[in-house]
Design a binder for this molecule. Structure first.
Ligand code: SF4
Length: 467
């Protein structure tokens, strides 16, 4: 059995995954046997998933070993921000073509690594395997090893060719590359009793920066973020953290679980979306850190900060209450947002007519039931036709979803707010709730809706507009 196959099999029976835990022993052994669609890059392939998870490491060069289309498909697909280095935004690729299929692409890869070191000299290079070199048998790991030894720069193989599976599997394979080759390879310059890791936070449109000041205010240091606005050194020294918060259970559960096993770093799953969830995170991490030697007054200081920040957020939300109370929302997202955004919107009196549970775990489902008091509004899939019908019949006043569904809403002449990874506004933390509510308010009360809902001139009754 190939190393990649073994790795995939082990990820598909990940013991930390809530979905796996809920299965019978027999079903768990069988793993997640989702039929794979090789080359289905439109929905995201495993390579795409690995790139999404790792590209936010901002100071390394991300080199895609494959045809240029793979790089084109994945470059900058999320609005992840950097507070400094911009190396991550350059698209490096070996641009494999027909001759490489015949003669192999290993020399080409080695030359590309050398060129990057000569011209950019990053602290490390991440080399992404794609379908083509995997199928012709390029030894990417061997080339990375040889180049690391020759040039003295860590060259990290990321073995997640697109055909290996889904984007989500690719996220985890990207995490495995960090666990195998990066985590624990360097020591942090110093450590504190309040060092934490954030796992599954990608700093999309700067969301990490809305939360980090809260930790700073408590003296909690984010030692490493996996991988939003991360530096190679931070990830390499992340094994010295005292605790961790896992923010997306679907993507990098393997990192959280294995770091707990290997380095005794306890973790919990939290969310930075919504006032109550943000406060919950601050409470839990403070309590967890105290068990690992942090000052005993940390929870009390966290409570004082929570009280101050919650009061400030509520005061800022007050002006939206009257405008949004009773407005009906159709939420078409997934994962942790399926429940954390629900509670955020309920906080300003909005009514949730439906929330999708795509990519959500059993834990996510339980939380929706807990927050909404019923599972009647949960749905796994909502075909575009049904979504259109709901919006057209005004069962919802606004839809929150990813960009792919926006045209259904626009066709139904219904306000729409981008909430998934292509979003342009940061929704985390106390300020994020205010941002989200402000965006919903802007969308709902935009005068364009009353105009587009007017009948078109050729649909007007006869004599309309006559003097
Ligand atoms: S890795 Fe494979 S599936 Fe993914 S974009 Fe490249 S060719 Fe397509």
């Amino acid at each position: 059995m190939s190393a990649l196959k073994q790795r995939i099999d082990s990820l598909l029976i990940e013991p930390g995954c809530a979905t796996n835990q809920a299965k019978s022993d027999k079903a768990r052994k069988e793993g997640c046997k989702k039929p794979l669609t090789p080359g289905a890059a439109a929905g995201g392939c495993a390579f795409d998933g690995a790139k999404i998870a790792l590209q936010p490491v901002v100071d390394v060069a991300h080199l895609v070993h494959g045809p240029i289309a793979c790089e084109g498909n994945s470059w900058d697909s999320r609005h992840v921000y950097s507070s400094g280095a911009q190396t991550y935004r350059t698209g490096f690729t070996t641009d494999m073509a027909e001759f490489d299929v015949i003669y192999g692409g290993e020399k080409r890869l080695y030359r590309a690594i050398k060129e990057i070191i000569d011209k950019v000299n990053p602290p490390a290079i991440f080399v992404y395997q794609t379908c083509l070199p995997a199928m012709i048998g390029d030894d990417v790991e061997g080339v990375c090893r040889a180049a690391s030894a020759k040039f003295g720069t860590p060259v990290i193989p990321v073995n997640a060719p697109g055909f290996a599976g889904s984007k989500n599997l690719g996220n985890k394979l990207g995490g495995e590359a960090l666990l195998d080759h990066v985590v624990g390879t360097l020591e942090p310059e110093y450590t504190t009793a309040c060092d934490i890791n954030l796992i599954g936070e990608y700093n999309v449109v700067g969301e990490l920066w809305q939360v980090k000041p809260l930790f700073d205010a408590l003296g909690i240091r984010v030692l490493a973020s996996f991988c939003g606005d991360a530096r190679y050194r931070d990830i390499a020294g992340s094994h010295r953290a005292k605790a961790a918060i896992m923010l997306c259970s679907q993507a990098l559960i393997n990192i959280a679980r294995k770091m707990q096993e290997r380095y005794d770093i306890p973790f919990f799953e939290g969310s930075f979306y919504g006032i109550a969830d943000m406060s919950d995170c601050l409470r839990k991490i403070s309590a967890l850190l105290v068990t690992k030697g942090a000052p005993a007054d940390l929870p009390a200081r966290a409570e004082a900060l929570i009280a101050r920040e919650e009061a400030r957020a509520w005061a800022r939300l007050e002006k939206y209450r009257a405008r949004l109370a009773g407005k009906r929302v159709l939420l078409f997202t997934g994962g942790v947002k399926s429940w954390s955004v629900v509670s955020a919107l309920q906080e300003v009196g909005m009514e949730i007519v439906g929330t999708s549970m795509r990519k959500s775990t059993q834990g996510d489902r339980a939380k929706v039931v807990e927050i909404m008091g019923t599972d009647a509004h949960m749905f796994d899939e909502l075909p575009p036709r049904e979504m259109y019908r709901m919006l057209k019949e005004s069962q919802a006043d606004v839809m929150l979803s990813g960009g792919r569904s926006q045209f259904v809403a626009l066709k139904a002449k219904t306000p729409w707010v981008e909430i998934n990874q292509e979003r342009h506004h940061a929704y985390t933390g106390y300020d994020g709730v205010v941002n989200l509510v402000a965006e919903i308010d802007k969308a709902l009360h935009n005068p364009i809706w009353s105009q587009v809902r007017q009948p078109a001139p050729w649909e007007q009754p006869e004599g309309w507009g006559a003097a």
